[in-house]
Design a protein around this ligand. Structure first.
Ligand code: ADP
Ligand code: MG
Length: 542
C-alpha cells in the first residue's frame, strides 16, 4: 500500500507497553473504562468547539459512544463522535512521550507502592491499557476539521505502529480491539455490559452497547448525602479522578446562603507532581444545575488547590456565563472563596480526627500546603494549622504541627524557634542548636528548600513570632551557661581584635549566650538573608 507509513515507538513507550502488558494481571478490565473516558473527553472537547467554531465536520452527529462486540471475530469496538485526530495528532498522542506522562508513570511505578492499574489513567497513558487485552489495536479516525484526512492507525503494541489512509469514516474515533485468545471474554455483550455499569455510570454521554442504552447519567452531587452509598461515592470518584482506588478525603456539602452550592470534592491519594509530572491542571468542574460550564475552571479555587477533583454546582450562576467572563465575575469569586474555606476546614477536621493518616497524606502533598501559605492570603491562618515539620523534639520521620509545638513550649516562651538547612542530621549537629538544647527550647527543622519562603510569608503563629536561630538578635536567658570565663574586658578586646582581622567580612563581633561547647558561630544579621536564601537568589540570577 503506497499510503502506508510505519513508525517505531519511542523507547519509553516501549518500556511502558512492556510494563503494562506484562505486570498487570488482575486489573486488565480497566482498559474499557480508559477508552470510554477518552471517548467522553473527546466529545466534551467537541462540545466546547461548538461554541466557538463554525465549520465542524459532521456537525449534526449525535454525541454518543457506541460499543459493539463480536464474539466470532473476537473484537470489541468503541466509537465516539468527538474531535478525532489528524495525522500529526495520531503521531503525537499515540506514540510519543512528549504528550503524555510516560516518564513520570515509569518513575512512579518504580518508586511508589501504588498499583499500576491505579496510576495508568491518572498519568495520562490510559490508551495503552488497550494492549493488556488486545493483540492488535486499530484506531480509525477523522478529525473535526473540514479538510481532515480519514486515517487508520494500527499496532500490535510491541515495537511500533503504522498509519494509512482509510475511507467511509465519520468524525471521531473508532477503536477496534482484536482480543488475545485468553481475553475473549471482552467480546461478550454481557461481560462488557457489566463493566460499563460498574465503571461508566457517570459518563455524561449516552453509551450504546450493541444498540442498547446502558448508562444512566446521574448528578450524584445533587443528591442528599443520606441517599448516597459509600460505593456510589467511590465509583464517582474513580470516574472523576481516573483512579482505581479510594480517595484520601471527601467533602460533600450543600448550602443555600450566601450562594446556592452543591459541591462534591475529592482529594486523591497520589500527587502526580511529585513524580515529575507537569503542573496539575485544576480539575474541579463547574456546573449550573447539572449543565457543565467549565470542566477545568482556572481561577475558581486558589491555585494551590489544583490537586482537588470533583464538581461544584451553583444554581445562582447565569447559565450563559462564558469561560472568558467567568474569571472576572464577582459571583464566581465569591463561590470560589466559600468553597476554598470549606476545603481548608475539612483538612483541619480530618487532621484532627486521624493525625497519622493526615501525616502520611501530608508527606505526599506538603508542597501544595506550603504554596498555599505563601500565595493564598485569605486562607493563610487555616493553612498554618496544617503545616507539619520535624523538630529537635520529634523522632526522625515524625511530624509535628505549630499547635503541638506551642503545647510543648516553656512557660512564658513567646517565640517559635526554627533553623533552616539541608537535612535533619546536619541541623542536629549545628552549633546554633547548642544553646537551645541546653535550655530545653524546641527548635523546628526546616529542610525543604521552599520552607524559608514559607516561614517568611507566615511570620508568626497564634501570636508567636517565628524566629530563626541562625540570626543575630535572639535573646536567651542566662541560667544555662557557666558564666563569663574570660571576663568582660578580655572579651571586649577579643571581639575588637576579631573584627579588625575579619574586616568587611562581618558586620559585627559580639559576645553572647548562644554557645555551649563551640567557641564561635557566624550569625546572619538580624534582617539579613540566610546563606540558603542567598544561594537560591544566585541560582535564579544565573
Ligand atoms: P489522556 O487521556 O490522559 O490524555 P491517554 O493515553 O488515554 O491519555 O490518551 C492519550 C491522548 O490520545 C489523549 O490525550 C488524546 O489526545 C488522544 N486520544 C485518545 N483517545 C482519543 C479519542 N477517542 N478521541 C480523540 N483523541 C483521543
Ligand atoms: Mg485517557
Amino acid at each position: 500500500d503506497a499510503t502506508l507509513e510505519t513508525h517505531s515507538f519511542q523507547a519509553e513507550i516501549k518500556q511502558l507497553l512492556d510494563l503494562v502488558v506484562h505486570s498487570l494481571y488482575t486489573d486488565r478490565e480497566i482498559f474499557l473504562r480508559e477508552l470510554v473516558s477518552n471517548a467522553s473527553d473527546s466529545m466534551e472537547k467537541l462540545r466546547h468547539l461548538q461554541g466557538t467554531e463554525k465549520d465542524i465536520h459532521d456537525a449534526a452527529l449525535p454525541l454518543e459512544i457506541t460499543i459493539t462486540t463480536d464474539k466470532e471475530a473476537r473484537t470489541v469496538t468503541i466509537a465516539d463522535r468527538g474531535i478525532g485526530m489528524t495525522r500529526e495528532e495520531l503521531v503525537e498522542n499515540l506514540g510519543t512521550i512528549a504528550h503524555s506522562g510516560t516518564k513520570a508513570f515509569l518513575t512512579a511505578m518504580k518508586e511508589s507502592g501504588n498499583s499500576p492499574a491505579n496510576m495508568i489513567g491518572q498519568f495520562g497513558v490510559g490508551f495503552y491499557s488497550a494492549f493488556m487485552v488486545a493483540e492488535k489495536v486499530e484506531v480509525f479516525t477523522r478529525s473535526w476539521r473540514e479538510n481532515g484526512e480519514e486515517l487508520l492507525w494500527t499496532s500490535d503494541g510491541v515495537s511500533g505502529y503504522s498509519i494509512e489512509e482509510a475511507s467511509g469514516l465519520e468524525r471521531g474515533v473508532k477503536i477496534v480491539l482484536h482480543l488475545k485468545e485468553e481475553h475473549a471474554e471482552y467480546a461478550e455483550d454481557a461481560r462488557v455490559k457489566h463493566l460499563i455499569e460498574r465503571y461508566s455510570n457517570f459518563v455524561g454521554f449516552p453509551i450504546l452497547l450493541d444498540g442498547e442504552r446502558v448508562n444512566k447519567v446521574e448528578a450524584l452531587w445533587l443528591k442528599n448525602k443520606a441517599d448516597i452509598s459509600e460505593e456510589e461515592y467511590k465509583e464517582f470518584y474513580q470516574f472523576a479522578c481516573h483512579a482505581y482506588n479510594d480517595p484520601a478525603y471527601r467533602l460533600h456539602f450543600a448550602a443555600d446562603a450566601p450562594l446556592a452550592i452543591n459541591a462534591l470534592i475529592f482529594v486523591p491519594d497520589e500527587n502526580m507532581e511529585r513524580w515529575g509530572m507537569q503542573k496539575t491542571e485544576p480539575a474541579v468542574a463547574l456546573y449550573c444545575k447539572k449543565v457543565l460550564i467549565d470542566p477545568a475552571p482556572k481561577g475558581l479555587l486558589p491555585e494551590w488547590m489544583r490537586f482537588l477533583k470533583g464538581v461544584i454546582d451553583s444554581a445562582d450562576l447565569p447559565l450563559n456565563i462564558s469561560r472568558e467572563t467567568m474569571q472576572d465575575s464577582a459571583l464566581v469569586r465569591k463561590l470560589g472563596s466559600v468553597i476554598a474555606k470549606r476545603v481548608v476546614k475539612m483538612f483541619e477536621k480530618e487532621a484532627e480526627a486521624d493525625p497519622e493518616k493526615f501525616q502520611a497524606f501530608y508527606k505526599k502533598f506538603d508542597r501544595f500546603f506550603k504554596e498555599g501559605v505563601a500565595t493564598d492570603y485569605a486562607n493563610k491562618d487555616g493553612l498554618a494549622k496544617l503545616l507539619r515539620f520535624e523538630s529537635s523534639m520529634t523522632d526522625e520521620g515524625k511530624l509535628s504541627s505549630f499547635a503541638d509545638y506551642v503545647t510543648r513550649a516553656k512557660d512564658g516562651q513567646d517565640k517559635i524557634y526554627f533553623l533552616v538547612g539541608p537535612s535533619r542530621v546536619q541541623l542536629e549537629s549545628s552549633p546554633y542548636i547548642e544553646a537551645f538544647k541546653a535550655r530545653g527550647l524546641e527548635v523546628i527543622y526546616f529542610t525543604d528548600p521552599v520552607d524559608e519562603y514559607v516561614v517568611e510569608s507566615l511570620g508568626e503563629f497564634d501570636g508567636k513570632k517565628l524566629v530563626s536561630i541562625s540570626h543575630a538578635g535572639v535573646e536567651l536567658d542566662d541560667n544555662a551557661t557557666e558564666g563569663d570565663a574570660l571576663g568582660a574586658e578580655a572579651t571586649e578586646k577579643l571581639c575588637s581584635f576579631l573584627k579588625d582581622e575579619l574586616g568587611g567580612k562581618v558586620t559585627s563581633v559580639a559576645s553572647g549566650k548562644r554557645l555551649v561547647d563551640s567557641p564561635v558561630i557566624a550569625l546572619v544579621p538580624q534582617d539579613g538573608m540566610t546563606p540558603q536564601m542567598r544561594r537560591m537568589m544566585k541560582a535564579m540570577d544565573e
